[in-house]
Ligand binder design. Sequence first.
Ligand SMILES: [Zn+2]
Length: 236
Amino acid sequence: MSTELLFREDAYLTRCEARVIAAGERGLQFDRTVFYPMGGGQPGDTGVLLRSDGSTLRIIDTRKGDTADSVLHLTEPGQAQPAIGERVTLELDWDRRYAHMRIHTSLHVLSCVVVAPVTGGNIAVDRGRLDFDIDMSLLDAERIERGVNALIARAVDTETVWITDEALDAHPELVKTMSVQPPRGAGRVRLLKIPGIDLQPCGGTHVRNIGEIGPIKVLRIRNEGRRNKRVEVGFA
Ligand SMILES: [Zn+2]
């Protein structure tokens, strides 16, 4: 079951018409969706499904299915699901998703201020974190905060760039995040480019201009293990 991933081309789409192509306990699948499935440390989207009879169904989480382009939309338990073939409207909880986009993009910037392999990461509505394989003594909250905010203040537009699998294999230095596999599929890989700042494989949702992130603050820095020095940031 393959789904057209509309958020890949336009992360600012908040709703779309869609047709149900699969239904069941694992969740609903549609021919297209604006809902981002949990992945790369970013939570799955939530929102609402509007049926043609005017009734609604909450979508409480979104997960990846069995193939790269299948997306499972989880609905509240005990609710009647639409039938296969039914046409519905899908609408995101946009405030939540936009916060994820801002935090997610701030982590790209953070990964350019703390120059070390990334060993983990997570994104929430009001905060996000990256784990680095680095010596604790090299992590200074004030310096990181200043560095990230100086880059955000450049307010440059982000770009999506596609390269071939072979091109990525020839440039392994592009892959900073050891815990997340690059989003490969159909022989090409999607990269997020922040001109003059960052270029790395990422299938997530980002803001159009990094100025939209706004200033951030370092919430804490913690030793979570030999290769996991955790830097947590939130909106200032
Ligand atoms: Zn990203």
